[in-house]
Design a protein around this ligand. Structure first.
Ligand SMILES: Cc1cc2nc3c(=O)[nH]c(=O)nc-3n(C[C@H](O)[C@H](O)[C@H](O)COP(=O)(O)OP(=O)(O)OC[C@H]3O[C@@H](n4cnc5c(N)ncnc54)[C@H](O)[C@@H]3O)c2cc1C
Length: 377
């Protein structure tokens, strides 16, 4: 059995960001385990913000920048915002993962095992302040550590092993990367409201005049939802939803993506020497289902906290808990204001919400998208 100071389960954005900030600040031994490959090939081009790109050194992964934002309902009600500078971007997901992965490899003391699934977890010697966490791996070996970071996404590895309640709200998106589109304005990013094609809304992110990412999501209280329903909603929208249907007529699928995003943060994501981060902690924003920025930022918080605990020696649980306090102080309030019921509105209520947002300034709209911050009027 190999022994490490820290083990991270999951090589998605949250696991990678945690690993990067950890190995930048400590020489502790680190093992990153990914059951598939780093840079999930099914993920395409998530949207995020230019300052996040800059802060995490991801500019080589930028596919497109947007200076216009449109929030549109299938009934035709729309709110349009024009920005002087690019305010949103889409990223090449695989490139973004590779950039971070290469930095991790340069920094140091990290072993990475792809195609290795964590099957089981055993907590030993818990009567001492420092327990040993022992993992059973799919390659028939075991590995142990002092600190375990669970970045296993909506697999919820640790929650399921420890029998802890999983989140109760999920977005189930289906989308395609389409070629052969006739995009009117490649600098315009659209988000869709309403429940006609899925109550989780939808998106149109042009990459250029010919290529775009288009999709819809359904929000439910279950982590499982049939792909064929969201795929059918997508097909209906592609055919009927004006003006997207005109821009996408005759376009061909180059890749498709389907998944589940937990959109309710766990109340607690530090359990002794186990820390959860990213989708595994339900850290995607409940108001927009945006998970890349939260995974990068929470991974940074988590990695730095573990590094600090390591420097102080013995991975004190009190120091590890600081990750929870930091996250609660910075983010919990915005997440608490998001209401699950708002996903289950009727079309008229959705339209009224779009009308209300049309009356806002562009800065106010940005505040809603990023921080769920509604202006007081
Ligand atoms: C279709 C779709 C569109 C999206 N669009 C956007 C967008 O435009 N903007 C945005 O910000 N967000 C978007 N998101 C959300 C965003 O992609 C996620 O919130 C984010 O990628 C979560 O990162 P993560 O690292 O927490 O989890 P994941 O990326 O899910 O990574 C978890 C990793 O853990 C691995 N793993 C799981 N269990 C084990 C195990 N037992 N052993 C070893 N490895 C394991 C998995 O293989 C996986 O690679 C979208 C999501 C989907 C599905």
């Amino acid at each position: 059995m190999e022994k490490f100071d820290i083990i991270i389960i999951g090589g998605g954005i949250a696991g990678l960001s945690t690993a990067l900030h950890l190995c930048r600040e400590t020489d502790a031994t680190l093992l990153l385990l990914e059951k598939s490959f780093i840079g999930d090939p099914t993920k395409t081009s998530p949207f995020t913000f230019p300052d996040i790109v800059e802060r995490f050194g991801l500019s080589d992964a930028v596919l497109q920048k947007y200076t216009r934002f449109v929030y549109r309902s299938p009934t035709g009600v729309a709110a349009c915002f024009e920005y002087e500078n690019p305010t949103f971007v889409t990223l090449d997901y695989q490139k973004m993962c590779n950039i971070i992965f290469n930095q991790i490899r340069k920094e140091g003391n990290v072993e990475v095992m792809e195609k290795t699934k964590v099957l089981d977890l055993e907590i030993q010697n818990d009567f001492l302040s420092t327990a040993t966490l022992r993992l059973t791996l799919s390659n028939s070996t075991d590995a142990s550590c002092n600190v375990l970071c669970d970045a296993s996404g909506c697999n919820f590895f640790t929650l399921r092993k420890l029998g802890i309640k999983i989140p109760s709200l999920y977005s189930h998106p289906y989308g395609e990367l389409l070629a052969g589109c006739k995009i009117e304005d490649p600098n315009e990013m659209c988000i869709f409201a309403g429940n006609k094609y899925g109550n989780g809304g939808g998106w149109l992110y042009p990459i250029d005049r010919n290529m775009a990412r288009f999709g819809f999501a359904t929000v439910t209280c279950s982590p499982i939802y049939p792909r064929d329903i969201v795929e059918r909603n997508f097909e209906n929208a592609k055919r009927d939803f004006y003006p997207c249907n005109e821009m996408l007529a005759g376009a061909e699928k180059t890749r498709s993506e389907f998944g589940t995003i937990p959109i309710e943060p766990l109340k607690k994501f530090v359990y002794g020497q186990i820390l959860m981060v990213g989708d595994a902690a339900g850290q995607a924003t409940p108001w927009y289902g945006e998970g890349i920025r939260p995974a990068l930022e929470s991974g940074e918080m988590c990695g730095k906290t573990i590094a600090e605990a390591c420097q102080k020696g013995k991975f004190r649980r009190k120091t590890l808990k600081r990750y929870q306090h930091l996250w609660d102080d910075e983010k919990r309030k915005a997440y608490s204001l998001a209401r699950a019921e708002s996903y289950f509105r009727n079309q008229e209520q959705w339209d009224n919400s779009v009308r209300l947002q049309a009356s806002l300034t562009r800065e106010e709209m940005l505040g809603i998208i990023r921080y769920n911050k509604w202006p007081r009027r």
